[in-house]
Design a protein around this ligand. Sequence first.
Ligand code: ADP
Ligand code: MG
Length: 623
Amino acid sequence: RSNAEKFEFQAEVSRLMDIIINSLYSNKDIFLRELISNASDALDKIRFLSLTDKEILGEGDNTKLDIQIKLDKENKIISIRDRGIGMTKEDLIKNLGTIAKSGTSAFVEKMQTSGDLNLIGQFGVGFYSVYLVADYVEVISKHNDDKQHVWESKADGAFAISEDTWNEPLGRGTEIRLHLSDGAQEYLDEFKLKELVKKYSEFINFPIYLWASKEVDEEVPADEEDSSDEDDTDETKSDEEGEEEDAEKEEDEKKPKTKTVKKTTYEWELLNDVKAIWLRNPKEVTEEEYTKFYRSLAKDFSDEKPLAWSHFTAEGDVEFKALLFVPPKAPHDLYESYYNSNKSNLKLYVRRVFISDEFDELLPKYLNFLRGLVDSDTLPLNVSREMLQQHSSLKTIKKKLIRKALDMIRKLADEDPDESNDKDKTDIEESSDSNEKKGQYMKFWNEFGKSIKLGIIEDATNRNRLAKLLRFETTKSDGKLTSLDQYISRMKSGQKDIFYITGASKEQLEKSPFLERLTKKNYEVILFTDPVDEYLMQYLMDYEDKKFQNVSKEGLKIEKDSKDKELKESFKELTKWWKGALASENIDDVKISNRLADTPCVVVTSKYGWSANMERIMQSQTL
Ligand code: ADP
Ligand code: MG
């Protein structure tokens, strides 16, 4: 086209597109859910803006917030159209030519090895999945602030943008036209598209329509079947209905005066049920529905189910409904972005209207691995995002969400038969789904255990609740992980403190002279080997009225030997001499110890000093 302006894709986009075009074994179906998800995002944006500016929606058809899918079998085109926010020329260049989000190169790399495009939506590049099925794509878009433009590309490294002077005006929004490649003709089938929408886009909060054909029976006069006179036909029909009743009485006596012909008409068919799942009664929502909803919410279309969910209504001063999920896997960048992003993965709705998924006041950082949404009736609708961010209700919401989230995780452990030491309890709870819950908590711990530890460090209010969720190895756990409650249940009578030691590895710790005596006396000692554990133990002082004692530090009290006092007396001179001799070596004291069995002496850290392990960590900065 003469007025087209040519652009080159950012190198990374080109690389991604090449992979997509050549990925023969990928599930091509995903293009549709990515386009519908983008349409839905665009509708969310305009609806949000319309809360504070009613004019923005315009009038007539422009106010219809829906998604329309149309097939053009003759020209082999699928088009998906929304009346969302649309894109200006600048937006088209920026959004459909460059990749802003981090982690994309990691995705591209993973793609090259695994070839699995299923997670594309999580990486902010879902749009390009159109090239799984199309060899030429047009994006027609109209934003309130600009004229209508067409973006087009054949995925050959370049795209073009022109002011649109030939298509029908969209009013507002975006229409994506996919010119299907030879290998993707199967998508011209209405039935197939309906199935895909049902499968992947069931929980989109805007109506999705398909321009669908419909066979209708039409009664036409027996010998005038091509009659196009509607009124005539109708009359005949009503006459006939009356006569049919008579016919029942006088069977076989009358011959029909009309006959039925099949006619094909087209109409917009609604494909989804837009009632929000979180408004439904939890008792009436099936496990499968929760799983499907999680997948569309998190754009996580792996085969795995979420590990747990919690669906509840909060009442009182602040009313809201919430649905929280523990994903089956931690996102690739969960801890990478931990320290520089506050962004929670919860969507905030106010009275069914989507407000934001970038609220940082809904959950504390350490729970950012959760997915889900909050729909509040108490928050005001017609204020800016910034004002909302400061609304006093948010504090209450946050508090309740944390509580519910921790309950949900605790329940995951409670219901996991692997987690229970208590035989009786397992017997009672033996149920049909206990098999399904088996091992789920370990899965959780492997993915998100670090988040729980960060929670203990950061959230003083919930420290005890979080500590209950901790898992670790001990000198007696036999390679398995155990909990503080289980540790306490095994404590020796007379043992007051919870013993632990920190170090680089279990193997190294097991050789530690600090454990000699304790092991001989049959005490259990927790082995903390994660670098974060060292920080953790600076915050976790006690649990259920029991103090934590680092066995490599001063203050270790184990059963007194009757000879202790005697020994102390008889070695008094030696310890005194030693203290003097080591005075210049940063040694505070020299003591007779009862913590050793075979090793003659050991260097112990003072109560408030850094442990040797902490020194090691600080030197290597491994956290
Ligand atoms: P993501 O949706 O994760 O941002 P995509 O690759 O799917 O990544 O889309 C890239 C961007 O293109 C979107 O963020 C959005 O700004 C823009 N976009 C895509 N489709 C539409 C649409 N139908 N309406 C408005 N903007 C869109
Ligand atoms: Mg998208």
